[in-house]
Design a protein around this ligand. Structure first.
Ligand SMILES: [Zn+2]
Length: 83
């Protein structure tokens, strides 16, 4: 289990290694450089899954709180003709 995640601010590019809570997901994160408040992208449960290099502890533990909602499995492959 990796307890920290390297968050990258999409606004200013600032990187900061943050300790993740192990029992909850962190929904908001305020950038220490520019002060913008980050929120998870659609389908992600927390800012670490959206902007960090390591998914949050519940996901590392094998849970599917993140990204499960984004999965939309369809049968058949949709290849784009690149000819
Ligand atoms: Zn920032």
């Amino acid at each position: 289990m990796i307890p920290t995640s390297l968050l990258t601010c999409p606004n200013c590019g600032h990187r900061s290694r943050e300790t993740m809570p192990t029992d909850a997901c962190q929904f908001f994160y305020e950038c220490k450089s520019c002060g913008v408040v980050l929120k998870p992208k659609p389908g992600d449960c927390c800012v670490f899954c959206s902007y960090g290099d390591t998914p949050c502890p519940p996901v590392q533990a094998g849970g599917s709180v993140c990204r499960g909602a984004a999965i939309d499995a369809k049968s058949g492959d949709d290849k784009e003709a690149s000819d």
